[in-house]
Design a protein around this ligand. Structure first.
Ligand code: C2E
Ligand code: MG
Ligand code: MG
Ligand code: MG
Length: 294
């Protein structure tokens, strides 16, 4: 094949390319009905306050266990489901599952009042006319106060219809549903987004976190993004924290919250509950007051 890049489509069919396309097609067909067949589940990754180490909530991350193909990563199947439109019904299912867990955990007394579950929402889902009112109706039906649910949207796609995106987000803001802009800094029009769209939270992408220890430029970028977010009234969550040095630096620049393998990987529901139980007692005292005597 020719070494072509960018948006050019290579039309010569090598065996490897053909196999790849066959695999994509197979996945795209298998996605249909996967929720009904019980192949999908949610994993939960804790989100922690960098100042107090308290658990602020969890991000729900979709997992697909195919009976023959095994575990397929969302990075692979979400784009396929977005392309086919299956993301709409899958997204509805994800929201339903998140609500089910919220109620289950509330009944167990596991959730304090500022705990929330954040659900990733595809642009196509967010842009549906009735998205906000339908969400409100579902929350009311399940008797879940709005603050227990938060949303995460990536910037890709919002630009195609800024007016409509703005309206949709305004409706959610009016309903007191927190919406985060996910993977901030990896898209193309980040600055226009945060200026125009009413987000409550900005998530710094892992790309800006992974080299914090070695890259002065990345430290400066993380600091600038955090300041920028604060200047438009957004909280900042950093994703992909893998060590204590990254956590310490992010905390020092005023980043409010963190997620990452350093604290916990995304966990199945039962494992998440167990993790929360083991974590809280360790940090029931803020770390600062521990050192204030020393
Ligand atoms: P995201 O929303 O940015 O989620 C963060 C991703 O980073 C997750 O990958 C998570 O497992 C991973 N991660 C978290 N901490 C670390 C870390 O310390 N190191 C490293 N290397 N990775 C970390 P995951 O679960 O594979 O999800 C990938 C993407 O798929 C998500 O990125 C999100 O955009 C999308 N996605 C996942 N679930 C859903 C869903 O229910 N609906 C939609 N529309 N998209 C989803
Ligand atoms: Mg996310
Ligand atoms: Mg993210
Ligand atoms: Mg990311």
């Amino acid at each position: 094949a020719l070494p072509l890049h960018g948006s050019l489509t290579v039309q010569c069919y090598t065996p490897a390319l053909e196999a790849k396309q066959r695999h994509r097609l197979q996945l795209q067909q298998a996605i249909r009905g996967a929720t009904e067949r019980g192949e999908m589940s949610l994993a939960f990754q804790p989100k922690l306050s960098l100042a107090t180490h308290k658990i602020l909530g969890a991000e729900a991350l979709l997992r697909w266990q195919h009976p023959e193909l095994g575990l397929i990563s969302p990075g692979e199947f979400i784009p396929l489901a977005e392309a086919s439109g299956d993301i709409l019904s899958i997204g509805d299912w994800v929201i339903g599952e998140a609500m089910r867990h919220i109620n289950e955990w509330r009944a167990l007394g596991l959730l304090n009042d500022d705990f929330h579950i954040a659900v990733n929402v595809a642009t196509r889902q967010l842009m549906r006319k009735d998205f906000a009112p339908q969400l409100l109706a579902r929350l009311a039906q399940q008797q879940i106060p709005e603050r227990f649910l938060a949303l995460e949207v990536t910037e890709s796609g919002l630009m195609s219809d800024m007016n409509h995106a703005q309206q949709q987000l305004a409706k959610l803001a009016e309903m007191n549903i927190a919406v985060a802009i996910d993977d901030f800094g990896t898209g193309q029009s980040s600055l226009a987004y945060i200026k125009t769209l009413p987000f409550s939270t900005l998530k710094i992408d892992r790309a800006f976190v992974m080299d914090l220890e070695t890259s002065a430029i990345d430290r400066e970028l993380a600091r600038t993004i955090t300041q920028l977010a604060h200047s438009v009234g957004c909280d900042v969550v950093a994703e992909g924290i893998e060590n204590s040095a990254q956590a310490a630096y992010l905390s020092s620049i005023g980043c409010e919250a963190a997620q990452g393998y350093f604290y916990a990987r995304p966990l199945a529901a039962e494992a998440f509950v167990a993790w929360c139980g083991a974590w809280e007692p360790l940090y029931s005292t803020p770390p600062l007051s521990l050192s204030s005597h020393g």
